[in-house]
Design a binder for this molecule. Structure first.
Ligand code: 8YV
Length: 312
């Protein structure tokens, strides 16, 4: 049936479900259930609204022979094999720009929260330590620190703009210097050496796998903190755990993890880790804008118009 040519994969809000239903979408909780759909249903699917981190590769695409568009809910599309899609004439779209403010806000908030010791301070009040007159370790001043930004894309620039208001000295690494007033470094380790703290906001995927290596963390040093709002794959988590445990790194604030939502229990046991459950874009306003953009992209390609924000 022509009205069922869209498959929405993943867990959507009630608002998104309603809007997708109005487009005639069928729903599938997870990409892992794709092969179990009847073959005649799969054969009719022309568009996928995708939300989820499971790898969407050639094998999955070949289960959907009429597929013309994968509209990703999210700016990061590392779960989707874009070359495989291109080879099959499938347009991939994402949701850039609409989430820049939220992710940048969160990165700066995590950076302040870690330096100022929000987590132990909150526990001190809630658990009665304050009332009992117990001591609380001092935090560290955040304003004026030298901060490195790994990846100066749209969100990285928003982070830098915010840090400028905190009187920070701002350094960055990206492939090639940009026309910005901040200091460019030729390689990520040189960036880490030049700064106090490092904020990771670079694309995930094979090109950046393990970019935040043991050597880079050592260059950041024992006074440094690491903030990651990008992808867990960018960080060598085993090297990070060792350094947080023995003090070679002061702290880490992570919104993303390898193997999330499963988080390495050795990480969770560390007192100098601030962990959040991948909430970079998780606001009512931004999630609504992401859903709108995802559906506009889907409709455009299925109607034969150019996608608003294509990846390939
Ligand atoms: C997720 C994100 O897409 O945009 C991204 O790249 O990481 C997030 O916004 C979001 O969690 C929806 O799955």
């Amino acid at each position: 049936k022509e009205t069922r040519m869209i498959l929405a994969i993943g867990s959507y809000s009630q608002e998104d479900r309603t809007a997708l239903d109005a487009m005639g979408a069928a729903h599938l909780a997870s990409l892992q259930g794709l092969a179990a759909l009847p073959q005649d249903q799969r054969a009719g699917i022309k568009g996928v609204a995708y939300k989820g981190g499971h790898p969407f590769g050639a094998a999955q695409m070949d289960l959907l022979p009429a597929l013309r568009v994968i509209a990703n809910f999210g700016v990061g599309h590392d779960a989707i094999d874009v070359p495989a899609a291109t080879a099959r004439g499938i347009t991939v779209t994402n949701t850039p720009a609409v989430l820049n403010d939220d992710v940048a806000d969160l990165a700066v908030a995590m950076w302040i929260a870690l330096n100022r010791g929000f987590e132990p301070a909150i526990a001190h009040v809630r658990m009665g330590g304050w009332a009992r007159g117990e001591g609380l370790a001092l935090g560290r001043k955040a304003s004026g620190r030298r901060v490195g930004i790994l990846g100066l894309g749209r969100i990285g620039r928003e982070i830098a703009d915010r840090l400028a208001a905190f009187k920070c000295e701002i350094h960055y690494w990206s492939r090639g210097a940009k026309d910005v007033p901040w200091t460019h470094h030729a390689d990520p380790t040189a960036l880490a050496r030049a700064v106090d703290d490092l904020i990771v906001i670079i694309v995930g995927g094979p090109d950046t796998e393990g970019l935040v290596s043991a050597a880079l963390l050592d260059a950041l040093g024992p006074d440094g903190v690491l903030v990651n709002v990008a992808r867990g794959s960018v960080v060598d988590e085993a090297a990070l755990i060792e350094r947080l445990a023995d003090g070679r790194l002061r702290g880490a604030a992570l919104d993303v993890f390898r193997g999330e939502p499963q988080v390495d229990l050795r990480l969770l046991a560390l007192p100098n880790l601030l962990a959040l459950p991948h909430i970079g874009s998780a606001t009512v306003e931004t999630r609504a804008a992401m859903g709108d953009l995802q559906r506009r992209n889907l409709a455009a390609v299925l109607d034969g118009r150019p996608a608003e924000t294509p990846v390939n």
